[in-house]
Design a protein around this ligand. Sequence first.
Ligand SMILES: [Ca+2]
Length: 339
Amino acid sequence: MLIKKMLKKLLYIYILLILTFSQSGALASNSDFSTWVKNFKIQAVKSGVSKKVVEDVMSNAIFLPKVIGYDRFQPEFYEDTYTYIKKRTNENKVKKGLALYKKEKLIIDKIEKDFLIEKELLLALMGIETNYGKYLGKMDIVSSLATLSFDKRRSDFFTKELIILLKLVDQKIIDKEILFGSWAGAFGNFQFMPRTIKNYAIDYNKNTTIELKKTEDSFASAANYLNKIGWKKNTPCFVKINLNKSIPNKYLNSSAGNIKNKKKVKYFEKYIKNYKDLRVDKNLLAAIITPDIDIIPGSSTYTPAYLVFANYEKVLNWNRSLRFALAVCTLKNNFKNEI
Ligand SMILES: [Ca+2]
């Protein structure tokens, strides 16, 4: 425990250093950033955004050093699985979700039926993404996306997102005056990135605007997204397992990028101590994940371990983090016993 605390402290110091240096270096990099904006504007116009919208939206974009700090200090990178899940699925989270459900029952039940997505899953995603709309983020999304595009780590990804965002403004699908969200450019109750808005957001109540900060449109858009990417209602997401040490290493997944070596559950029987207690169809295709291996120094290789199914990978599609998907499905299960 002491080592864990020290490690956390070191990480905090590291992040403070990053913020200090990037802020003092901000003046020096300001001209670089302006050059980047200039080039980006040309690229955006070339990809079909009107010149007027490019100028309008990009004229106020600034470099935000703290966004780089957040990018380097995501809890997915340093919190162990047990801590991560516990923090996000506690009793209070369940209580708040139930209160929201009680208030919006009619519309949430209707959306569950229309899109074949469990209300418990929708509540869990909203609870974990924004604490039921409480933390929508106040960051200027254009500047966040511009900062992350200017930064080298995931420049291509964020540049594409920013261009999509400009197109959405250009097509009047999104109002540029309301572009405030998370440091990573995500927006609304369910933290949609621009590409997600473009592909899956819908005007469910047909009042001609997509309102991702309101219940009707945001729940329906999230349900539509899950339905389209292939979430299957009433099939499992994951189960916890106790592994035998005889399990070959190749079956242990610890990267959310590529879940490998899937087999039918029954294939893994000899490697799972609690196999007989698993209440899932033993013919389902599954993979094994051991999320703490690469992140927590000295973590035991075999715990915690989970069998994950097709639905789990759909949640990874939403947010590529092994812990995020485990937390979402855990909270969903916690609701299951209450609703
Ligand atoms: Ca609407």
